[in-house]
Write a protein that binds this ligand. Structure first.
Ligand code: YSA
Length: 350
């Protein structure tokens, strides 16, 4: 019986078979248990001898069962691990990942540069009123300077626009032709000193070509405070050029006319790799008439004048033109042409 039982245990193929064997030999009605019971009817001497033999057998079977059980469990675990094995050296499945648009990248870079200089970034509405886009910036109707900004006018019922403090705005509406109207909105609602930049989308009714779009982006800057001068403006643009084009870059200012600044300038940068002067945008000292328009508007809202003594500088630059240089894009129309092949090249930039 011992030989038979031990062999059966050793050959049991799974835990279920082992359990059956255990029941057969050691269970309540198992062979060994029956034999133990039968001892009672034997004469003393034989009972002792047989009893010892049966006990030894029981121990041997229990030990064999335990060993086989452990071996089977280990084998089962090994198989389970084998099935679920993960090869960490296999190439991963590529996830679809979007990227930021090159103009967003350029805009963020610009805003980051000015943030580091203590500027706050604010945004204004794309639908603007004639007042904020033109009149308050000293560009009255019929003034020839309006021709600088070919305008998309909006008409229709139900268009409502709010002013800097949430008040209703009267007058003709348009798509803003530059980010400068936000100068006026911000000044109405705040008192100096402050430093802001205004990134945003602007619209012009004009033909497109390699360097002109009808919809493009600008970054406006406005700094107002005591003693702010043209030197501060040059310093700001100098810092911008250094950050964008490195320590060897240079900036150049040339006098020009914008109705909302006096004096007005256009500025350009030069850097070794570029090798030529690049026009970046317009700038100047905020015109007293702009401050006057702001205080007049504040008065209408019941606010005290805040810009009687103010001086400040402002600038505005084209984001696409800068991005063309930064990323070597030969035609401005690529940016919003909607071709993935173009956009995918900017994945991971930043
Ligand atoms: C000037 C003085 C200030 O104190 C403040 C701001 C300004 C800038 C002014 N508001 C303005 O819009 N000037 S601008 O018409 O010369 O445009 C500024 C920049 O926008 C240009 O230098 C150019 O880089 C870009 N730009 C103009 N028209 C564009 C254009 N970019 C792409 N497509 C167009 N059609």
């Amino acid at each position: 019986m011992e030989r038979e039982a031990l062999e059966a245990i050793r050959e049991a193929q799974d835990l279920e078979a082992l359990r059956t064997l255990k029941a057969r030999y050691l269970g309540k009605r198992g062979v060994l248990t029956q034999e133990m019971k039968a001892l009672a009817s034997l004469p003393l001497e034989e009972r002792r001898r047989r009893g010892q033999a049966l006990n030894a057998l029981k121990e041997a079977l229990e030990k064999a069962l335990e060993e086989r059980e452990r071996a089977l469990e280990e084998e089962a675990l090994r198989q389970a691990l084998e099935r679920r094995r993960l090869d960490v050296s296999l190439p991963g499945v590529a996830l679809f990942a979007g990227g930021l648009h090159p103009i967003t990248l350029m805009e963020r870079e610009l805003v980051g540069i000015f943030r580091a200089l203590g500027y706050q970034a604010v945004e204004g509405p794309e639908v603007e009123s004639e007042f904020f886009n033109f009149d308050a910036l000293n560009i009255p109707e019929h003034h020839p300077a309006r021709d600088m900004w070919d305008t998309f006018w909006l008409e229709g019922e139900g268009l409502r626009l709010t002013g800097p403090l949430g008040e209703a705005v009267e007058g003709r509406l348009l798509l803003r032709t530059h980010t400068s109207p936000m100068q006026v909105r911000y000044m109405v609602a705040h008192t100096p000193p402050f430093r802001i930049v205004v990134p945003g989308r602007v619209f012009r009714y004009e033909e497109t070509d390699a360097t002109h779009e009808a919809v493009f982006h600008q970054l406006e800057g406005l700094v107002v405070g005591e003693g702010i001068s043209m030197a501060h403006l040059k310093g700001a643009i100098f810092e911008l050029a250094q950050a964008l084009f490195g320590p060897e870059s240079k900036v150049r200012f040339q006098p020009t006319y914008f109705p909302f600044v006096e004096p007005g300038a256009q500025f350009a940068v030069w850097w070794p790799e570029g090798g030529k002067w690049l026009e970046l945008g317009g700038a100047g000292m905020v015109h007293p008439r702009v401050f006057q328009a702001v205080d007049a508007y504040r008065k209408r809202l019941g606010l005290p004048p805040a810009y009687g003594e103010a001086t400040g500088f402002a600038f505005g630059l084209g984001v696409e033109r800068l991005a063309m240089l930064r990323y070597g894009v030969p035609d401005i129309r690529y940016f919003f042409g909607g071709r993935l092949k173009f956009l995918e090249q900017f994945k991971g930039v930043l």
